[in-house]
Write a protein that binds this ligand. Sequence first.
Ligand SMILES: N#Cc1c(-c2ccc3ccn(Cc4ccccn4)c3c2)n[nH]c1N
Length: 239
Amino acid sequence: MRLDYLSIFPGYFDVLGISLLGKAAVNGLVDVYAHDLRDWTHDRHRTVDDTPCGGGAGMVMKPDPWGEAFDEIIGTEPDPSVHVVFPSPSGEPFTQSVAHDLSSVERIVFCCGRYEGIDHRVIDYARSMWTVHEVSLGDYVLNGGEVAALAITEAVVRLVPGFMGNPQSLAEESFSAGQDGLLEYPLFTRPVSWRGLDVPEVLMSGHHGRIAKWRRDESIRLTRERRPDLTDSDVSARH
Ligand SMILES: N#Cc1c(-c2ccc3ccn(Cc4ccccn4)c3c2)n[nH]c1N
């Protein structure tokens, strides 16, 4: 998998050389390339923004640098196998399902906007050429797309076959398909007693059926308490 990042702050992506992602890069599972959008400007100030047409606050990212960067980094021929991700507060929700879909893709280009956003024609052009995902991390406002791109990267790459040492751990996580859309149950490890707090006895019983039931019940309880939006009537009935 090749990952490209276009940003006026390419240094954000130096962190991708650390930890598991660094190991994946070493193992050849992912190749990471960060690009400074300003390298495709031609004025003395390396300008990437301008005032919004129609007025309004803030600045908008000019289309020209993006187009020239696309030409050099991706190419000038349409190729739907290239997935271009635009993090945006007005994007579709980024979910585990989207992460799973992207984990089987060979090439992802992250376009990290700043200011009030990117000239919409850049997204329209990208849609005419590649497979585009305009996605939002959640209902809060960041200052740009870089942090979102890092979060999306981690969610996607950890699902790439061969990346996680123990793929079974993926199957038991919150939001993974195997959990019926339920939140993960509480986790415990040794010591059994810690500052007057004990591991639930059932988890030390060695009775796998009771342990499985306790975990399921806890997942249902937590999901109903914290994320009623994840429990539809059918799921509730089953639980
Ligand atoms: N994903 C995601 C995001 C973003 C996000 C993503 C890209 C950009 C490019 C510029 N800004 C600043 C900005 C502020 C105000 C209105 C528009 N834009 C971004 C914010 N905010 N919250 C999320 N869940």
